[in-house]
Design a protein around this ligand. Structure first.
Ligand code: NDP
Length: 447
């Protein structure tokens, strides 16, 4: 065992003891610890402040009951949380997720990742995450509205433009943000930037909806540039069919790539010659209407493969854009076998620890979500500043900023992660994000 792996093991023993059974959180912490603990040990200020250990304990976890009435008038009870992870470099910032799998442990993992991601954007944003175990599948529009209002009755006590600024995540899109912000405004009697991802008619930024998926493609183009290649004509397999997946597909097609798959929990849509923009629009419309994608119109030339994963389809680039741990060791092996040379994460931590090891042993160029999907929170950061200054930037201006921010993230990571003529994007992202947060934490003293 090397000194550095002993250091990580001792650190993780302590974190494991305090967070038993919180596998996703432990996986996220260990990945960062592996890359930054030696840096912390060798910096007297960081070491004295015990920065990483502090970051594994959220500033606070707020939990509350959400009581609402369904369409039959029956009372329904859900749980809601906000994990305020760290406000070392700005107000807590991170999305809200509505999904039956949401728990304090999942939100801790997402909040932990968010701290480093937000630091990488170069904007003054702390990290947090929230949500509920509410399952919106099959719920009417009225029920979604009543649930959002009940959720905000509690959450509104803890958020504000300088305190904590939530946004969307899985199952929290434009409609939910509208209901949440409407409720916040009514409860507080204030119109301010306490939530991002708002509609453009009421303080939202142009391009926020597209930003995560578009930013992912800009980042991939930066990666390809270091290899002397472009995205044109590359075959791309994408998982998911939500906000991140469909906007990544849309931008990739604009840039001349061929998007071969999109997917959901029931199966994979394959377009052997590449999705058209019409086909992506159809997928998005089906999802918005709560309809499945198993029977696409003939003229879109899509094939639905029930139960299949996108990773067995031949491709150059893979973009997992669905959810955490969606790629296990078998899927990682399949990606290797089909000849994928570049994997960039649209989702947060889509690889299991085993899959990460497999990809690490291969020649695949890999970039983590905390870098590649940071475009969404970056444009949320611009939305906060537009709200604070009563400004409204045009779509062209925001798109230019997004491209610039993704380029800067790439360069910050490259500066920390260069290993010979290759860039280790995982290490570069962890170290660059950590250094910024650690510098702030060690400057504050013991608070
Ligand atoms: P959406 O709710 O818009 O879409 C998620 C999609 O993924 C759904 O279509 C869902 O399928 C599908 N899905 C879920 N689990 C699986 C699975 N195991 N296999 C295949 N498909 C699956 O979410 P987003 O697009 O907003 O978020 C996707 C990921 O990106 C998440 O990890 C999120 O944290 C991350 N992210 C999102 C950001 C944003 O701005 N929205 C910003 C940064 C990260 P079904 O329809 O069957 O449920």
């Amino acid at each position: 065992m090397t000194d550095s792996s002993r250091l990580v093991e001792t650190f993780m023993e302590n974190v494991r003891r305090r967070n038993e059974g919180q596998d996703a959180f432990l996986q996220a912490v260990e990945e960062v610890a592996t890359d930054v603990l030696t840096i912390e040990k060798n910096d007297p200020g960081f070491a004295r402040a015990r920065v990483l250990e502090r970051l594994t304990e959220p500033d606070r976890i707020i939990g509350f009951r959400v009581t609402w009435a369904d369409d039959r008038g029956d009372v329904q009870i859900n749980r809601g949380w906000r994990v305020q992870m760290s406000n070392a470099i700005g107000p807590y910032k991170g999305g809200l997720r509505f999904h039956p799998t949401v728990s304090p442990s999942i939100l801790k993992f997402l909040g932990f990742e968010q701290v480093f991601k937000n630091a990488l954007t170069g904007l003054p944003l702390g990290g947090g995450k929230g949500g509920s175990d509410f399952d919106p599948k099959g719920r009417s529009d009225e029920e979604i509205m009543r649930f959002c209002q009940a959720f905000m009755r509690e959450l509104s006590r803890y958020i504000g433009p300088d305190t904590d600024v939530p946004a969307g995540d899985i199952n929290v899109g434009a409609r939910e943000i509208g209901y949440l912000f409407g409720a916040y405004k009514a409860l507080k009697g204030q119109f301010n930037g306490a939530i991002t991802g708002k509609g453009e008619a009421f303080g939202g930024s142009e391009m926020r909806v597209e930003a995560t998926g578009y930013g992912l493609i800009y980042f991939v183009e930066n990666m390809l540039e270091t290899l002397g290649e472009t995205i044109e004509d590359k075959r791309i397999v994408i998982s998911g069919k939500g906000n991140v997946a469909t906007h990544a597909a849309e931008k990739a097609i604009c840039e001349g790539a061929r998007v071969i798959t999109l997917s959901d929990t029931s199966g994979t849509l394959v377009a052997e010659n590449g999705f058209s923009q019409e086909a992506v629009k159809w997928v998005r419309a089906q999802k918005a209407a709560g309809e499945d994608v198993s029977d696409p119109p003939k003229d879109l030339e899509l094939q639905f493969k029930e139960g299949a994963l996108p990773w067995e389809v031949e491709a150059d680039i893979a973009l997992p854009c669905a959810t955490q741990n969606e790629i296990d060791e078998d899927a990682a092996k399949a990606l290797n076998d089909t000849g994928v040379r570049l994997l960039a994460e649209g989702a947060n931590m889509p690889l299991t620890a085993g899959a990460m090891r497999k990809i690490g042993e291969s020649n695949m160029l890999y970039a983590p979500g905390k870098a590649t999907n940071a475009g969404g929170v970056a444009i949320s950061g611009l939305e906060m500043s537009q709200n604070a200054h009563g400004r409204f930037d045009s779509a062209d201006e925001v798109d230019r900023s997004l491209k610039e921010i993704m380029g800067n993230i790439h360069d910050r990571i490259a500066a920390e992660g260069r290993e010979g003529n290759r860039i280790n994007y995982r290490r570069g992202a962890n170290v660059a994000g950590y250094r910024k947060v650690a510098t702030a934490i060690s400057a504050y003293g013991v608070v």
